[in-house]
Design a protein around this ligand. Structure first.
Ligand code: MG
Length: 362
């Protein structure tokens, strides 16, 4: 029998729900044996497509698909200037696909290759929105009735409702924020929601990096009485030095990392125990291989995982998240945006949620 090699690498672009998803398919010399990986950078899908089809494919065709670590590192340094969401997503598409191939060769789901299950399903958090607190409470109650125990609460879009002030005359069209007004609205929102639904449910909130750093510190302090499960992305990645101040000022649990793409960003936060949850977008850091290392690093410092799981992760990426979730001792919670019927039609075998838990596809 001739040795198994990578025969083809290609991107598949699809948008069943209007969100551009990028999936990489790695085919091997064995007919029918292929792997899929998520490479979704929904804001720059064509750049990722070019990185895969024009650069990684010629580099990888003919290589041994079993050598995941070696392929990851050589792909990473192959461009000399490395890292960033475009190149990392491209590598992730290949990396997840190689893990998929290894699982198929072993005849095992990935969580077995990661050390086996330590839980049957992964608890998920859902996104509850409202145009006002009354509508928000209705939506929180609806998720609670559906069996969810972790619910993220937001009024209006990220950054809150309309600014309190008018823009100056002749202001250019665009999004205008009111960071102070937004920050002041959040404790009031939680006071209302806690008053309505009590404390037998875990509540979360996403700042989405929309505040000046000192305002984020002030907000985290004011949220302490409402006992959040975590406050998500309170600071921009450019402001990581502020986490020390944030930690010293209050005990609101902090989840961080949606925009991280490099270990230099998370290492100091994890090693100094300045965050409680790591929540990177796994394809943006380069796939399962670096995510396994990051999860192990976090475990050593008591930081739990909460991998990014919005609509701009393909179902292939959600599946990768769930296999990590069920096999990581330091799993915290999984963000879950839902997989619609239309998405499931394009991606058969997607993980499913029942009563607040997501289960991996075998
Ligand atoms: Mg977020």
């Amino acid at each position: 029998m001739s040795k198994l090699v990578i025969r083809d690498v290609r991107t598949i672009l699809t948008a069943p729900e209007g969100i551009c998803l990028v999936v990489v398919k790695v085919e091997t010399s064995e007919p029918g044996l292929y792997g899929l990986g998520c490479a979704t950078f929904t804001q720059r899908p064509l750049a990722v497509q070019s990185a895969v089809d024009d650069y990684l494919k010629p580099f990888l065709v003919g290589k041994d698909p079993a050598r995941i670590q070696d392929i990851w590192m050589s792909s990473y340094v192959n461009s000399y200037w490395r890292g960033g969401p475009v190149l990392n997503n491209a590598i992730s598409g290949v990396d997840m696909a190689l893990w998929d191939i290894k699982g198929k060769l072993a005849g095992m789901p990935l969580y077995e290759l990661f050390g086996g299950k330590c839980r049957e399903g992964a608890a998920v958090y859902r996104h509850a929105y409202g145009r006002d607190v009354v509508e928000l409470v209705e939506n929180v109650r609806r998720f609670m009735e559906q069996g969810y125990h972790y619910i993220r609460c937001q009024v209006g879009p990220y950054g809150g409702l309309k600014p309190r002030r008018r823009a100056p005359e002749n202001a250019l069209p665009g999004a205008y924020y009111d960071p102070e007004g937004y920050a002041r609205s959040v404790p009031a929102m939680f006071e209302h929601v806690r008053g309505a639904v009590g404390y037998d449910v875990e509540l979360l909130h996403d700042v989405h990096e929309r505040l000046p750093a000192v305002e984020a510190v002030r907000l985290a302090k004011r949220l302490e009485p409402f006992h959040l499960f975590f406050l998500e992305d309170p600071l921009a990645p450019e402001e990581i030095e502020w986490f020390e101040t944030l930690r010293a000022q209050c005990a609101t649990p902090i989840a961080m990392g949606e925009l991280f793409t490099h270990p230099a960003q998370w290492k100091p936060l994890v090693a100094s125990r300045l965050i409680d949850f790591i929540r990177v977008h796994i394809s943006a850091i380069g796939g399962l291989t670096p995510a396994l290392k990051l999860a192990a690093l976090c475990e050593a410092f008591g930081v739990r995982t909460a991998w990014h799981g919005p609509g701009d992760v393909s179902p292939v990426g959600h599946a990768a998240n769930v296999h990590l979730d069920v096999s990581a001792l330091n799993f915290g919670v999984q963000e879950w945006s839902g997989i619609s019927e239309r998405l499931a039609e394009v991606f058969p075998g997607s993980p499913v949620v029942r009563d607040g838990y997501v289960y991996p596809s075998e």
